[in-house]
Design a binder for this molecule. Structure first.
Ligand code: NHW
Ligand code: EN5
Length: 384
């Protein structure tokens, strides 16, 4: 088994509380990192994907929208847009060499993909340089050929070449071993469409009109001073976000440049709002969610929009703030607002009529052992 050979927490060690915490393997000198890429089966070759190239970005988009993550009933497939992919892969300090493709040598067709981006992560009081690994995808026709382990080893090698020895990643499947397992929650914004496409079921004793009534939202946000975030808000939002994230055991260590990249609104990718106090014009709260179009498989109506979030509140109660986030998302024509039970989200999910989704999301660290498995509310990290 591949994962048994990797420096990750193993299932058999779960009961052993005495293992040392922190890095599982010590770093080596970069000069000792293998210089040549790992061997692929002979038909294939490695490529570095330049996501600024329109053609390459198109190829990656097509590979993912046809082969990436589906729900357990294969009714929906994540369909990250080119805007989101570019945004997701170009944070401050990104490495182009960490955007890795596999092509068929003869036809040059792109058949597999994996990415890393750099991030500073805080684990308790330690700041650890990490890679966040995402968008691992193998063309449906080539699965079960053990390509994924080679791709993971290759991204690991390229991360090591930048003197980085830890990584964070999420997956819907259970691997050795989660630092926490979170539940997806969904809040219907457009129940009629969600029922039409089978995302939501009407349920016994429910009528469409009762359903529509249940999920009705006001036409505009309720909190006075709730407005779209602007560039000038970056310092205040950074302060709020840093203070909020300090409450969690594992969370990113964001500076102003990170906030400018990850939080400042970007069309088709991320929406963020602040509450500016009408009295003294101070920024007291902020919330944010990203766009994730999802293909509806085998249905004439195409593409539903999902949103996730990351949020902070100091003054406005979190429930009110998130209610305004729902209203804002509804106004922007999103069909569903999704969230995980991470951070303090448990405090508003039920009250704001989110329902538990069909699947879980497991969080992992590579080459880093933490003291105990975390509760979702101890986690301050959202990956795209
Ligand atoms: S999770 C989304 C992953 N993508 C999808 O689900 C898309 C649809 N599926 C596929 O494309 C978000 C294929 O099924 C994939 C597997 C490519 C998933 N993570 O090649 P084989 C991310 O992108 C293990 C990790 O035959 P396949 C996070 C599996 O347990 N490992 O499988 C990515 C088995 O190992 P075992 C996964 O179906 C994080 C082996 O792969 C996995 O053709 C990556 C089988 O390989 C998954 N999602 O392709 C890790 N799914 O030991 C980063 C399966 O059990 C680690 N496997 O025999 C850190 C690296 C950086 C470190 C830096 C210091
Ligand atoms: C992340 N970076 O299954 C990559 N999504 O619940 C890895 N279900 O949307 C992610 N099957 O529950 C991998 N509707 C894990 C996620 C894979 C995608 C996935 C789930 C999350 C999902 C929907 C559709 C299920 C269709 C049948 C779902 C019900 C929602 C309803 C809302 C109102 C209250 C009750 C529940």
């Amino acid at each position: 088994m591949f994962w048994e050979t990797q420096p990750v927490g193993q299932f058999k060690d779960l009961r052993n509380a005495n293992l040392p915490k922190g890095p599982i393997e010590p770093p080596t000198h970069i000069s000792e990192v293998k210089e040549e890429p790992y061997n692929l089966p002979n038909l294939y070759e490695w490529v570095t994907c330049d996501m600024n190239s329109e053609d390459t970005c198109d190829e990656v988009y097509n590979l993912l929208s046809n082969n990436y993550v589906e729900d357990d009933g294969n009714m929906f497939r994540f369909s990250y847009s080119k805007e989101i992919l570019r945004w997701a892969l170009h944070p401050p300090g990104y490495y182009k060499t960490w955007h890795i493709g596999v092509r068929v040598k003869s036809s040059k067709k792109l058949v597999a993909f994996i990415t890393g981006i750099p991030a500073r992560m805080r684990v308790r009081s330690e700041i650890v340089s990490m890679a966040e690994v995402n968008f691992l995808c193998v063309h449906k026709k080539l699965t079960s050929q053990r390509l994924a382990p080679v791709m993971i080893k290759e991204v690991t090698r390229r991360v090591h070449l930048e003197n980085i020895w830890q990584a964070a990643y999420t997956a819907g499947v259970v691997l050795p071993t989660p630092i926490t397992s979170c539940q997806y929650w969904h809040r219907s914004l457009n129940p009629k469409k969600l029922i039409d496409i089978g995302f939501l079921s009407l349920g016994p004793g429910m009528t469409m009109s009762r359903k529509l009534n249940l999920y009705k939202l006001p036409n505009s946000p309720r909190t006075p001073g709730f407005r779209k975030m602007e560039f000038r808000d970056v310092p205040a939002v950074t302060r709020l976000l840093r203070a909020y994230l300090m409450q969690f055991v594992v969370a990113p260590d964001f500076d102003e440049l990170d906030v400018e990249h990850w939080i400042l609104p970007k069309e088709e990718a991320v929406d963020s709002y602040v509450v500016e106090s009408p009295e003294d014009h101070k920024i007291t709260d902020f919330c944010s969610f990203y766009t994730l179009p999802t293909s509806i498989l085998g249905h004439p109506t195409h593409s539903i929009l999902k949103a996730a979030y990351s949020n902070v509140s100091t003054k406005t109660p979190l429930v009110h703030l998130m209610n305004d986030a729902l209203i804002a998302a509804k106004q922007k024509d999103f069909d569903v607002f999704s969230a995980l039970d991470v951070m303090h989200n448990e405090t508003f999910l039920k009250e704001l009529k989110f329902g538990p989704g069909g699947s879980q999301l497991h969080y992992y660290l590579y080459n880093y052992r933490i003291k105990d498995i975390l509760r979702p509310c101890e986690l301050g990290l959202v990956l795209l």
